[in-house]
Write a protein that binds this ligand. Sequence first.
Ligand code: PRP
Ligand code: URA
Length: 207
Amino acid sequence: MNPVEIVSHPLAQRHLTALRDAETPTERFAWHLNRLAELLFLEASRDLPVEEVPVKTPLAETEGVRLAKPVVLCPILRAGLGLLDAVRPMVPEARVAHIGLARDETTAEAHSYYAKFPDGMAEAEVFLLDPMLATGGSAVEGVRQLQAAGATSIRFVCVVSCPQGIEAFQKAHPGVPITTAAVDAGLNLQSYIVPGLGDAGDRYFGT
Ligand code: PRP
Ligand code: URA
């Protein structure tokens, strides 16, 4: 079964608390989401393969490293953009894929409305980015689309998850690791995570 890594670092949990707070205004919500995304990505990318390269400092030659494989970042539109905005400057050479999914407000089923992938998906280390893992429908479909586009090495990064979403995701994609800041208690009748942080996309974009 794929591992679920919970990033319990105090700085991460402090950002998460600000995101949960219903009084946090859009501009602060966006700032905290961006900062938390950096910390989550740092952990999610910890095992990226590297290769040694020689480097000349002003004083001597020594060994350094570079990423051994290309990186593809893939936000699930729209809220995943809140993670991409922060992560992209950390790996500026990364290509960016996009998957557009919207949950039906009644059934909570994820419907696909957009997808675009760069070349070379099969060789890349791919990070699927979405702040919320609720029923799991969006993340499950996101990974399915990435695999259909050729991706073989995929990691999923989210801010808040819950047992239902994790179970659905692990069942569908047992090989894909999850990095998250929290596993919350569960879902309400509208399939929102409780306690959660509300509608991530609305809060990030102020809609
Ligand atoms: C939210 C969120 C995830 C999805 C999670 O997106 O960003 O993509 O719900 O729910 P699930 O695990 O039950 O699929 P939403 O469909 O609200 O679209 P948005 O990002 O455009 O607001
Ligand atoms: N999407 C969100 O933005 N929040 C939730 O709690 C569930 C799905």
